[in-house]
Design a protein around this ligand. Structure first.
Ligand SMILES: Cc1cc2nc3c(=O)[nH]c(=O)nc-3n(C[C@H](O)[C@H](O)[C@H](O)COP(=O)(O)OP(=O)(O)OC[C@H]3O[C@@H](n4cnc5c(N)ncnc54)[C@H](O)[C@@H]3O)c2cc1C
Length: 409
């Protein structure tokens, strides 16, 4: 949420020579249709394979095992945190890992540009937050109903209070709505759309299903060092979250994924020779996330706790200590103090129990729900889900009449 553009959880933070992918770290491609899309992205230069040294840190003794990514693929993971025996988000399945260039989010920006080109006169708006909806008759040649959306075109400042209903702007009227996220249906979430679940019994049922998908939070640590960390034996390492509860060392349990973001293709080169700082990203394990949330809550008195600078600083200090404890035994020399250190909370990072459908469509409401809440936590699943929902809604509108051209997602 907030004032960023297209991208959602495929998010990056980039300024000057620092570059961090703070959400999705990479993606894999299994299905023929997504592989075809991947080839197009590669041809246009917005995606490259990340040929890094990928492996696993043993949570018992802190040693690292290098695992090739060039062997044949496995089954991967689709829900419940980002981890599993196949590594974080399937990083150790043997499938090639792909990243957007120069950042993961650049891929989403490119998709938004292409969509705008395809739509021509119609407007692609990003950075808006929808906060309330009403329905009126009309649309689709006058025979149907329309969704009227209200909210903010400037998004929601990360640390700010949501605007009061009277301050919300009119965002337009639309023949259909595609929810790309469960948040609009979930009271107290950053993207809750007030009243949507009270519009019909089928929407109330959809809201209950979305809440049952059991989202899991996660914190991301971003740290940059003037010199490359000495002797690190990997570019990315995963730890199985199911075995990270009570290790004697304790430190490895803090994270489920640690990666040198600078090792990804297209990022500023960090060779210690006056180039860019070396950038690292670490993502907390479910257990560590839970501990942190007890001290730095997500919700207080039914309201979302904003990620103020103070909130992020406090979390970053704790995570840096975890990072130091994890990395120090693997380094040939002391871990220097970072030149930059920051933290980000993902309140709804992964979906533990996706609804198990590619997408859901309520034709009578002219509303679809897609994304990982339906299809499971991965970039590929979210892409396929969004595309299928878009095609279904377009077909539904085409069948309703020629006037149905505007849809909001
Ligand atoms: C830290 C982290 C690491 C991950 N690592 C990987 C990985 O390495 N590989 C992998 O395949 N997957 C990874 N994932 C999972 C992957 O990122 C997600 O499964 C996928 O991006 C979900 O896409 P989506 O389209 O369903 O949702 P999103 O990308 O979250 O998109 C939903 C959008 O809806 C917007 N929205 C919600 N409510 C409103 C509203 N009221 N008004 C306006 N907009 C609204 C949100 O702001 C967001 O932009 C990771 C996720 C996280 C959080």
């Amino acid at each position: 949420m907030g004032v960023r553009g297209a991208g959602g959880r495929v998010a990056s933070r980039q300024f000057e020579a620092l570059s961090f992918d703070t959400g999705a770290q990479f993606f894999t491609a299994r299905s023929p249709d997504f592989r075809k899309q991947l080839e197009e992205w590669q041809a246009s230069g917005v995606v490259q394979e990340w040929r890094g040294r990928h492996g696993r840190i043993c949570t018992e003794d802190g040693t690292f095992e290098l695992l090739s990514t060039s062997s044949s693929g496995g089954s991967g993971s689709r829900g419940g945190g980002g981890g599993g025996s196949s590594g974080f988000c399937g990083s150790l399945t043997g499938l090639p890992l792909y990243v957007g260039t120069p950042t993961n989010n650049a891929l989403c920006q490119q998709m938004a540009r292409q969509l705008q080109e395809q739509l021509g006169a119609a407007e692609v708006q990003s950075g808006c937050i929808v906060q309330s909806v009403t329905r009126t008759s009309g649309g689709c040649g006058g025979a149907g109903m329309q969704w009227q959306l209200r909210g903010s075109r400037q998004g929601r400042a990360a640390a700010g209070e949501p605007p009061q209903p009277a301050d919300q702007q009119d965002l337009g009227s639309f023949d259909a709505v595609i929810l790309a996220d469960a948040m609009p249906l979930i009271p107290g979430s950053a993207g809750h759309v007030s009243g949507i679940d009270q519009l019909s019994t089928s929407l109330a049922q959809l809201a209950r299903s979305a809440q049952a998908a059991a989202p899991q939070a996660c914190f991301a640590l971003m740290a940059a060092f003037h010199q490359p960390l000495p002797g690190v034996p990997f570019d990315s390492a995963t730890m199985d979250p199911t075995t990270t509860t009570t290790t004697s060392r304790g430190s490895a349990a803090a994270f489920q994924w640690v990666a040198c973001n600078s090792s990804k293709p297209g990022r500023p080169i960090a060779d210690g020779g006056g180039g860019a700082p070396q950038c690292w990203v670490a993502l907390t394990s479910p257990q560590r996330t839970q501990q942190l949330l007890e001290r730095h809550p997500l919700m207080l008195d039914g309201k979302l706790v904003p990620q103020t600078d103070g909130y992020r600083r406090a979390v970053a200090a704790e995570l840096l200590a975890d990072f130091r404890a994890l990395m120090q035994p693997l380094l040939q020399g002391p871990l220097p103090d970072p030149a930059y250190c920051h933290a980000q909370r993902w309140g709804r990072a992964f979906v533990a129990q996706p609804l198990g459908a590619e997408f859901l469509l309520l034709p009578a409401q002219r509303l679809a729900l897609c994304g990982d809440v339906a299809a499971g936590s991965s970039v590929e699943a979210a892409w396929r889900s969004g595309r299928a929902a878009g095609q279904a809604v377009a077909a539904m509108l085409a069948a309703s009449g020629p006037a149905a051209a505007r849809a909001a997602a």
